[in-house]
Design a protein around this ligand. Structure first.
Ligand SMILES: [Zn+2]
Length: 318
Protein backbone atom coordinates (compact mmCIF):
# COMPACT_ATOMS: atom_id res chain seq x y z
CA UNK A 1 0.00 0.00 0.00
CA UNK A 2 1.03 3.58 -0.60
CA UNK A 3 0.21 6.37 1.80
CA UNK A 4 -0.83 9.78 0.72
CA UNK A 5 -0.93 10.93 4.36
CA UNK A 6 1.97 12.96 5.77
CA UNK A 7 3.83 10.91 8.36
CA UNK A 8 3.19 13.65 10.95
CA UNK A 9 -0.48 12.75 11.16
CA UNK A 10 0.42 9.27 12.38
CA UNK A 11 2.87 10.24 15.11
CA UNK A 12 2.25 9.24 18.76
CA UNK A 13 2.02 12.91 19.79
CA UNK A 14 -0.77 13.45 17.33
CA UNK A 15 -2.57 10.38 18.66
CA UNK A 16 -2.31 11.62 22.25
CA UNK A 17 -3.96 14.91 21.25
CA UNK A 18 -6.69 12.99 19.43
CA UNK A 19 -7.31 10.71 22.43
CA UNK A 20 -7.59 13.64 24.81
CA UNK A 21 -10.13 15.19 22.46
CA UNK A 22 -12.18 11.95 22.32
CA UNK A 23 -12.13 11.64 26.12
CA UNK A 24 -13.33 15.22 26.42
CA UNK A 25 -16.23 14.43 24.09
CA UNK A 26 -17.12 11.29 26.04
CA UNK A 27 -17.25 13.13 29.37
CA UNK A 28 -19.55 15.72 27.85
CA UNK A 29 -21.89 13.21 26.21
CA UNK A 30 -25.30 12.73 27.84
CA UNK A 31 -26.80 10.75 24.97
CA UNK A 32 -28.85 7.53 25.41
CA UNK A 33 -27.16 4.22 24.46
CA UNK A 34 -27.64 3.41 20.79
CA UNK A 35 -29.77 0.39 19.91
CA UNK A 36 -27.82 -1.94 17.61
CA UNK A 37 -29.86 -4.44 15.56
CA UNK A 38 -28.88 -8.14 15.69
CA UNK A 39 -26.81 -9.71 12.91
CA UNK A 40 -28.61 -10.72 9.71
CA UNK A 41 -26.68 -14.01 9.89
CA UNK A 42 -25.25 -15.42 13.15
CA UNK A 43 -21.43 -15.01 13.00
CA UNK A 44 -19.76 -18.37 12.38
CA UNK A 45 -16.29 -17.19 11.37
CA UNK A 46 -13.68 -19.25 13.26
CA UNK A 47 -10.99 -16.75 14.27
CA UNK A 48 -8.63 -19.46 15.54
CA UNK A 49 -8.75 -21.34 12.25
CA UNK A 50 -8.05 -18.08 10.42
CA UNK A 51 -5.05 -17.49 12.66
CA UNK A 52 -3.79 -21.01 11.88
CA UNK A 53 -3.95 -20.02 8.19
CA UNK A 54 -1.87 -16.93 8.96
CA UNK A 55 0.77 -18.97 10.80
CA UNK A 56 0.90 -21.59 8.04
CA UNK A 57 1.56 -18.91 5.41
CA UNK A 58 4.32 -17.42 7.57
CA UNK A 59 5.84 -20.88 8.06
CA UNK A 60 6.45 -21.02 4.30
CA UNK A 61 8.85 -18.10 4.76
CA UNK A 62 8.93 -14.71 2.97
CA UNK A 63 6.60 -14.90 -0.06
CA UNK A 64 8.43 -12.28 -2.07
CA UNK A 65 8.66 -12.24 -5.84
CA UNK A 66 10.73 -15.06 -7.28
CA UNK A 67 10.91 -17.07 -4.05
CA UNK A 68 10.19 -20.78 -3.59
CA UNK A 69 8.06 -19.84 -0.58
CA UNK A 70 5.71 -17.84 -2.75
CA UNK A 71 5.27 -20.78 -5.13
CA UNK A 72 4.49 -23.03 -2.15
CA UNK A 73 1.98 -20.49 -0.86
CA UNK A 74 0.31 -20.28 -4.30
CA UNK A 75 -0.14 -24.02 -4.36
CA UNK A 76 -1.41 -24.11 -0.77
CA UNK A 77 -3.98 -21.33 -1.41
CA UNK A 78 -5.29 -23.25 -4.44
CA UNK A 79 -5.55 -26.46 -2.40
CA UNK A 80 -7.53 -24.71 0.34
CA UNK A 81 -9.88 -23.21 -2.27
CA UNK A 82 -10.42 -26.60 -3.91
CA UNK A 83 -11.19 -28.12 -0.50
CA UNK A 84 -13.76 -25.38 0.04
CA UNK A 85 -15.46 -26.31 -3.23
CA UNK A 86 -14.55 -23.05 -4.99
CA UNK A 87 -14.01 -22.88 -8.75
CA UNK A 88 -10.29 -22.12 -8.94
CA UNK A 89 -8.47 -20.38 -11.78
CA UNK A 90 -5.25 -18.46 -12.31
CA UNK A 91 -4.64 -15.14 -14.02
CA UNK A 92 -1.03 -15.15 -15.17
CA UNK A 93 0.67 -12.15 -16.73
CA UNK A 94 4.05 -10.60 -17.38
CA UNK A 95 5.10 -7.18 -16.19
CA UNK A 96 8.29 -5.27 -16.92
CA UNK A 97 9.36 -3.22 -13.88
CA UNK A 98 9.96 0.50 -14.33
CA UNK A 99 13.75 0.33 -14.01
CA UNK A 100 14.27 -2.96 -15.87
CA UNK A 101 14.35 -4.42 -19.38
CA UNK A 102 13.18 -7.87 -18.28
CA UNK A 103 9.58 -8.97 -17.92
CA UNK A 104 8.66 -10.72 -14.68
CA UNK A 105 5.94 -13.34 -14.34
CA UNK A 106 3.08 -12.94 -11.84
CA UNK A 107 0.04 -15.02 -10.86
CA UNK A 108 -3.29 -13.89 -9.41
CA UNK A 109 -5.37 -16.70 -7.87
CA UNK A 110 -9.16 -16.66 -8.13
CA UNK A 111 -11.63 -18.74 -6.12
CA UNK A 112 -15.23 -18.36 -7.30
CA UNK A 113 -17.95 -19.21 -4.78
CA UNK A 114 -21.32 -20.04 -6.36
CA UNK A 115 -19.85 -19.42 -9.83
CA UNK A 116 -23.16 -19.53 -11.72
CA UNK A 117 -24.78 -16.73 -9.71
CA UNK A 118 -24.93 -13.49 -11.67
CA UNK A 119 -24.88 -11.02 -8.75
CA UNK A 120 -21.22 -11.04 -7.70
CA UNK A 121 -19.19 -9.46 -4.92
CA UNK A 122 -15.37 -9.29 -5.10
CA UNK A 123 -13.29 -9.81 -1.97
CA UNK A 124 -9.57 -9.35 -2.60
CA UNK A 125 -6.27 -9.36 -0.80
CA UNK A 126 -2.60 -9.68 -1.72
CA UNK A 127 -0.59 -12.77 -0.90
CA UNK A 128 2.91 -11.66 -1.92
CA UNK A 129 5.27 -10.10 0.58
CA UNK A 130 7.85 -7.41 0.20
CA UNK A 131 11.35 -8.25 -1.03
CA UNK A 132 12.96 -5.58 1.13
CA UNK A 133 12.40 -4.69 4.81
CA UNK A 134 13.06 -1.08 3.87
CA UNK A 135 11.58 0.34 7.08
CA UNK A 136 13.60 -1.92 9.38
CA UNK A 137 15.29 -0.06 12.25
CA UNK A 138 18.36 -2.23 11.64
CA UNK A 139 19.94 -0.91 8.42
CA UNK A 140 21.64 -4.24 7.76
CA UNK A 141 18.26 -5.93 7.42
CA UNK A 142 16.78 -3.48 4.93
CA UNK A 143 17.40 -5.70 1.93
CA UNK A 144 15.94 -8.79 3.65
CA UNK A 145 12.55 -10.06 2.40
CA UNK A 146 9.74 -9.90 4.97
CA UNK A 147 7.50 -12.63 6.40
CA UNK A 148 4.49 -10.31 6.21
CA UNK A 149 2.26 -11.83 8.91
CA UNK A 150 0.06 -8.75 8.76
CA UNK A 151 1.14 -7.35 5.37
CA UNK A 152 0.27 -10.28 3.13
CA UNK A 153 -0.88 -13.19 5.31
CA UNK A 154 -3.71 -11.60 7.33
CA UNK A 155 -6.01 -10.99 4.35
CA UNK A 156 -5.35 -14.45 2.88
CA UNK A 157 -6.09 -16.02 6.27
CA UNK A 158 -9.51 -14.34 6.44
CA UNK A 159 -10.49 -15.11 2.81
CA UNK A 160 -9.64 -18.80 3.17
CA UNK A 161 -11.64 -19.15 6.39
CA UNK A 162 -14.65 -17.51 4.72
CA UNK A 163 -14.34 -19.95 1.79
CA UNK A 164 -14.26 -22.90 4.21
CA UNK A 165 -17.48 -21.77 5.91
CA UNK A 166 -19.27 -21.05 2.63
CA UNK A 167 -18.84 -24.67 1.57
CA UNK A 168 -21.58 -25.73 4.00
CA UNK A 169 -23.30 -22.36 4.49
CA UNK A 170 -23.15 -20.55 1.13
CA UNK A 171 -23.53 -16.77 0.83
CA UNK A 172 -26.71 -15.30 -0.73
CA UNK A 173 -24.66 -13.92 -3.67
CA UNK A 174 -21.77 -15.14 -5.80
CA UNK A 175 -18.37 -14.20 -4.36
CA UNK A 176 -15.07 -13.90 -6.22
CA UNK A 177 -12.12 -14.28 -3.89
CA UNK A 178 -9.06 -12.82 -5.61
CA UNK A 179 -5.56 -13.28 -4.20
CA UNK A 180 -3.45 -10.62 -5.89
CA UNK A 181 0.22 -11.03 -6.65
CA UNK A 182 2.74 -8.17 -6.81
CA UNK A 183 1.00 -5.71 -4.49
CA UNK A 184 4.23 -5.00 -2.63
CA UNK A 185 6.54 -5.22 -5.65
CA UNK A 186 7.13 -1.45 -5.80
CA UNK A 187 9.82 0.55 -4.08
CA UNK A 188 10.70 4.17 -3.59
CA UNK A 189 11.24 5.84 -6.94
CA UNK A 190 9.36 3.07 -8.77
CA UNK A 191 5.84 3.54 -7.51
CA UNK A 192 4.27 2.24 -10.73
CA UNK A 193 5.56 -1.17 -9.65
CA UNK A 194 3.03 -1.36 -6.79
CA UNK A 195 -0.29 -3.27 -7.17
CA UNK A 196 0.78 -4.91 -10.42
CA UNK A 197 -1.62 -7.84 -9.82
CA UNK A 198 -4.80 -5.81 -9.38
CA UNK A 199 -3.82 -3.41 -12.19
CA UNK A 200 -3.27 -6.32 -14.59
CA UNK A 201 -6.52 -7.94 -13.49
CA UNK A 202 -8.50 -4.76 -14.16
CA UNK A 203 -6.77 -4.28 -17.53
CA UNK A 204 -7.25 -7.88 -18.70
CA UNK A 205 -10.88 -8.19 -17.56
CA UNK A 206 -12.61 -5.07 -18.93
CA UNK A 207 -16.04 -6.70 -18.57
CA UNK A 208 -15.53 -7.80 -14.97
CA UNK A 209 -18.03 -5.74 -13.00
CA UNK A 210 -18.73 -7.00 -9.48
CA UNK A 211 -21.66 -5.19 -7.87
CA UNK A 212 -19.36 -4.15 -5.05
CA UNK A 213 -16.23 -5.32 -3.31
CA UNK A 214 -13.72 -5.10 -0.49
CA UNK A 215 -9.93 -5.36 -0.42
CA UNK A 216 -8.35 -6.47 2.87
CA UNK A 217 -4.76 -5.49 3.68
CA UNK A 218 -3.01 -5.36 7.06
CA UNK A 219 -6.05 -6.33 9.12
CA UNK A 220 -4.34 -8.73 11.57
CA UNK A 221 -2.64 -6.20 13.89
CA UNK A 222 -3.34 -7.29 17.50
CA UNK A 223 -4.31 -3.70 18.36
CA UNK A 224 -6.52 -3.33 15.30
CA UNK A 225 -8.26 -0.04 14.53
CA UNK A 226 -9.77 0.29 11.07
CA UNK A 227 -10.72 3.77 10.00
CA UNK A 228 -12.63 4.64 6.82
CA UNK A 229 -9.98 4.96 4.12
CA UNK A 230 -10.46 8.37 2.57
CA UNK A 231 -10.68 7.46 -1.14
CA UNK A 232 -13.03 4.53 -0.41
CA UNK A 233 -15.25 6.82 1.67
CA UNK A 234 -15.35 9.42 -1.11
CA UNK A 235 -15.87 7.10 -4.08
CA UNK A 236 -17.87 4.24 -2.54
CA UNK A 237 -19.61 5.70 0.54
CA UNK A 238 -22.52 3.23 0.45
CA UNK A 239 -20.18 0.24 0.64
CA UNK A 240 -18.26 1.82 3.51
CA UNK A 241 -21.56 2.41 5.32
CA UNK A 242 -22.69 -1.15 4.60
CA UNK A 243 -19.51 -2.63 6.10
CA UNK A 244 -19.46 -0.34 9.15
CA UNK A 245 -23.12 -1.13 9.89
CA UNK A 246 -22.39 -4.85 9.54
CA UNK A 247 -19.40 -4.48 11.87
CA UNK A 248 -21.65 -2.87 14.45
CA UNK A 249 -24.21 -5.69 14.23
CA UNK A 250 -21.52 -8.33 14.89
CA UNK A 251 -19.89 -6.19 17.62
CA UNK A 252 -16.60 -5.74 15.74
CA UNK A 253 -15.33 -2.79 17.72
CA UNK A 254 -12.12 -2.44 15.67
CA UNK A 255 -14.12 -0.51 13.05
CA UNK A 256 -13.80 3.15 13.99
CA UNK A 257 -16.19 5.79 12.72
CA UNK A 258 -13.44 8.15 11.56
CA UNK A 259 -11.59 8.70 8.31
CA UNK A 260 -7.96 7.75 7.73
CA UNK A 261 -5.70 9.37 5.17
CA UNK A 262 -5.85 8.33 1.53
CA UNK A 263 -4.23 4.97 0.78
CA UNK A 264 -3.56 3.49 -2.67
CA UNK A 265 -3.84 -0.30 -2.73
CA UNK A 266 -5.43 -3.14 -4.71
CA UNK A 267 -8.83 -1.40 -4.58
CA UNK A 268 -7.49 1.58 -6.56
CA UNK A 269 -7.67 0.00 -10.07
CA UNK A 270 -11.32 -0.90 -9.39
CA UNK A 271 -12.26 2.56 -8.11
CA UNK A 272 -10.49 4.03 -11.15
CA UNK A 273 -12.92 2.04 -13.33
CA UNK A 274 -15.91 3.31 -11.35
CA UNK A 275 -16.44 0.02 -9.47
CA UNK A 276 -17.34 0.46 -5.77
CA UNK A 277 -14.54 -1.52 -4.12
CA UNK A 278 -13.33 -0.30 -0.73
CA UNK A 279 -10.15 -0.90 1.26
CA UNK A 280 -10.07 -2.14 4.86
CA UNK A 281 -6.67 -1.39 6.37
CA UNK A 282 -5.05 -0.32 9.63
CA UNK A 283 -2.06 1.75 8.58
CA UNK A 284 -0.89 2.35 12.15
CA UNK A 285 1.36 -0.71 12.46
CA UNK A 286 4.91 -0.12 13.76
CA UNK A 287 6.39 -3.35 12.21
CA UNK A 288 5.23 -2.17 8.73
CA UNK A 289 7.81 -3.22 6.11
CA UNK A 290 10.23 -4.54 8.73
CA UNK A 291 11.51 -8.04 9.56
CA UNK A 292 9.36 -7.82 12.72
CA UNK A 293 6.06 -8.20 10.83
CA UNK A 294 5.56 -11.63 12.43
CA UNK A 295 2.59 -13.64 13.80
CA UNK A 296 3.23 -12.42 17.37
CA UNK A 297 2.20 -8.90 16.26
CA UNK A 298 -1.16 -10.25 15.04
CA UNK A 299 -4.12 -11.90 16.74
CA UNK A 300 -6.96 -14.30 16.04
CA UNK A 301 -9.31 -11.77 17.64
CA UNK A 302 -8.48 -9.15 15.00
CA UNK A 303 -8.94 -11.60 12.11
CA UNK A 304 -12.26 -12.61 13.68
CA UNK A 305 -13.49 -9.02 13.91
CA UNK A 306 -12.83 -8.47 10.22
CA UNK A 307 -14.07 -11.89 9.08
CA UNK A 308 -17.36 -11.51 10.96
CA UNK A 309 -17.94 -7.99 9.61
CA UNK A 310 -17.19 -8.90 5.98
CA UNK A 311 -19.39 -12.02 6.10
CA UNK A 312 -22.21 -10.06 7.70
CA UNK A 313 -21.91 -7.33 5.03
CA UNK A 314 -22.26 -10.03 2.35
CA UNK A 315 -25.18 -11.67 4.19
CA UNK A 316 -27.32 -8.57 3.73
CA UNK A 317 -27.44 -9.54 0.03
CA UNK A 318 -28.59 -6.44 -1.90
ZN1 LIG B 1 3.26 -3.76 2.24
Amino acid sequence: MLLSTPWFFRTPARRVVANVFVLALLFNCRCAPKQVPPPVHPPNFDANRAFENLKQLCDFGPRNHGSESKLRAEKWIQERLHEAGAEVSLHEFDYTPVQSQNAEHFTNIIGRIRPTVEHRVMIGTHYDTRSWADHDPNKELRSTPIIGANDGASGVAVLLEMARIWKSDPPPVGVDLIFFDGEDFGREGAEDDYFVGSKAWARDHPNYKPVWGIVLDMIGDSSLQIRKERISAEKAPRIVQRVWEAAERVRSTAFVDKKSGAVSDDHTPFLDKGLPVILLIDIDYPPYHTTRDLPDKCSAESLGQVGRAVMEAISTQY
